[in-house]
Design a protein around this ligand. Structure first.
Ligand code: NAD
Ligand code: TYD
Length: 347
């Protein structure tokens, strides 16, 4: 099996690449990543010398390059994670999201169409998000049958790429599967998303910018459990199916932030309440989705997946990882990081 994984130097992709390289020594794993601000080879340093692993630096928007690597490596299947992934950045620069998330996905699909023909022994696995379903009221859960209703440029670009995957499946008979997952947290997440940003800011005694009233709800899943779900769906998922992945783990932002502050005070041996003082309510994110919550019963019933760690365990491991990986954090927050985060217009 020659398996192409895109975006494998990023947050979720690095956990997926590591899992596959270790669990499947008989597969040849190719990691294609352009190494954007969010891609970092340090994330997969421990497996870079593995015999079944090859890193390919390239852009999914470069179809000539894609054609060359498809010719050379004859990929049997693709797990596609490469994307622009942060909602706030999509508000600042929507076109970048259209280019990578929509056009980049189509470029990959097109290579599969050209190289796979009618052969059914392939799989295009698209990693997507629950944000395509839009926003929930105070009750209800996103099911696989929930209609798409994206509100941010990020979620609109992911919704569009999901549609193109389906369209290529119907039109050109490319075998595909799609999973839509809730918010991930864990090691190696770039400190722009809520949990690593706030860990970093607490460490540096900087303010914790809470958007709007802080009563927005997200459903959090430990990244290693997402990677295990991806492994299961890749091997056992039914062609043309969609599976929702989530931890039945809803938190209002402000409750999660208070929990994080308490845990950080304990770990840093600071007085109780020290980190909470950094909380600053700021202007809301435009188009901010009120609530996401996943019904993950299909993947549980059909494939037997469920999260392996509780939120308390996952968060504890995550905080410890950031505390023990100061150099990683310093590296990714050096250079233009501070300038960028200082100028986000709604902060
Ligand atoms: P990330 O931003 O941490 O990593 C994305 C990776 O893609 C980076 O390594 C980057 O260098 C690479 N990349 C970006 N543009 C590229 C291009 N044009 N060509 C090649 N490589 C490119 O993202 P993540 O949080 O790991 O998300 C991975 C995937 O999972 C995305 O498709 C995202 O939509 C999806 N997802 C993320 C979450 C989440 O909570 N983070 C939840 C559900 C789904
Ligand atoms: P985020 O980690 O950006 O993920 P997403 O928007 O894809 O769900 O944000 C999670 C929640 O935290 C979301 O409701 C926005 C909120 N948030 C803040 O209040 N302040 C921040 O600085 C960030 C980054 C997010």
């Amino acid at each position: 099996m020659n398996l192409l994984i895109t975006g494998g130097a990023g947050f979720i992709g690095s956990h997926v690449v590591r899992l596959f390289v270790k669990a499947y020594p008989n597969y040849s794993i190719y990691n294609l990543d352009k190494l954007s601000y969010a891609g970092n080879l340090e994330n997969i340093k421990d497996i870079e010398r593995a015999e079944n692993y090859t890193f390919l630096k390239g852009d999914i928007n470069d179809s000539t390059y894609l054609g060359a690597i498809f010719n050379k490596y004859k990929f049997d299947s693709v797990i596609h994670l490469a994307a622009e992934s942060h909602v706030d950045r999509s508000i600042e620069d929507p076109i970048a999201f259209v280019k990578t998330n929509i056009i980049g996905t189509i470029n990959l699909l097109d290579q599969c169409r050209k190289h796979w023909g009618d052969n059914k022994e392939h799989l295009f696995y698209h990693i997507s998000t629950d944000e395509v379903y839009g926003s929930l009221g105070s009750s209800g859960l996103f099911e696989e049958t929930t209609g798409y209703d994206p509100n941010s440029p990020y979620s609109a670009s992911k919704a569009s790429s999901d549609h193109f995957v389906r369209a290529y499946g119907e039109t050109y008979k490319i075998p595909y599967v799609i999973t839509n997952c809730s918010n991930n947290y864990g090691a190696n997440q770039f400190p722009e998303k809520l949990i690593p940003l706030f860990i970093n800011n607490i460490l540096n005694n900087e303010s914790l910018p809470v958007y709007g009233d802080g009563l927005y709800t997200r459903d959090w899943l430990f990244v290693e459990d997402h990677a295990l779900a991806i492994d299961l769906v890749f091997h056992k998922g039914k062609i043309k199916e969609t599976y929702n992945i989530g931890g039945f783990n809803e938190w209002k932002n402000i409750d999660l932030i208070r929990l994080l502050c308490n845990l950080m005070d304990q770990k840093l041996k600071r007085d109780e309440g020290t980190s909470e003082k950094l909380i600053t309510y700021i202007k809301d994110r435009p188009g901010h989705d009120r609530r996401y919550a996943i019904d993950a019963s299909k993947i549980n019933k059909e494939l037997g997946w469920k999260p392996s760690v509780t939120f308390e365990e996952g968060l504890d491991k995550t905080i410890d990882w950031y505390l023990n990986n100061n150099e990683w954090l310093n590296n990714v927050t050096s250079g233009i990081y501070k300038e960028y985060y200082g100028k986000m217009y709604f902060k």
